[in-house]
Design a protein around this ligand. Structure first.
Ligand code: GRF
Length: 191
């Protein structure tokens, strides 16, 4: 019997990657049977996108939990209830507990806007730009217990041309992200 692919996208903010993945799912090109959004931010824009694409969205309020482990236990319970077997982080701003990462070993993917291991952290595009590197890019990797350090699955390189402004670079990075994330998920999910 073929196991169904049930994907949870975890996001905290704008959600442009969520939308890129959702569009691919709606086209039927990822083989995903069931998709949900989980967010830790009540008023995040990604929730509006979920509504637009009629994706079930679940808000888990961090204020209700004493610590990260408590929050992540609730997260696991929710993912189990929804029978989720693949997780894509897309601008999810909470660090996952080791306990969570172990539970879903090799089932959690993340997107990062630099060529890891360079420029980890949450200001990667500007950090690369301000450092003056001539090439940066996008990385998709498995999530491990160390932030931004799991095994790399795919990368897109983006040259930083002379006189390029930071906002132009940001635009190029996001465009590359929106192509790469659905492509990697397709590779990963359709065997
Ligand atoms: C992306 O640049 C992603 O690489 C990083 O957070 C950003 C999220 O953007 N992890 P969006 O919310 O998908 O628009």
């Amino acid at each position: 019997m073929k196991i169904k692919t049930n994907l949870a996208i975890l996001a905290s903010g704008n959600g442009s990657n969520f939308e890129a993945i959702t569009k691919a799912i709606k086209k039927g090109s990822l083989g995903v049977s069931h998709c949900i959004l989980i967010t830790d931010k009540k008023n995040s824009f990604v929730r509006k996108r979920a509504k637009k694409y009629q994706i079930k969205d679940i808000f888990i309020d961090p204020k209700k939990f004493k610590n990260r482990r408590g929050f992540d236990k609730k997260l696991i319970q929710t993912l189990n209830e929804e029978k989720i077997n693949i997780i894509a982080l897309a601008g999810y701003m909470r660090i996952l507990s080791p306990f969570f990462v172990k539970h879903f070993k090799n089932k959690i993917l993340n997107i990062h806007p630099s060529l890891l291991p360079s420029f980890a952290g949450n200001n990667a595009i500007a950090d690369a730009y301000n450092y003056g590197v001539k090439v940066t890019g996008v990385t998709i990797h498995f999530v491990s217990q160390k932030v931004d350090q799991g095994p790399i699955i795919a990368q897109t390189a983006i040259p930083i041309e002379d006189n390029m402004q930071l906002n132009e670079l940001e635009e190029k990075i996001h465009k590359a992200e929106h192509l790469l994330y659905p492509k990697v998920l397709k590779m990963f999910l359709i065997k």
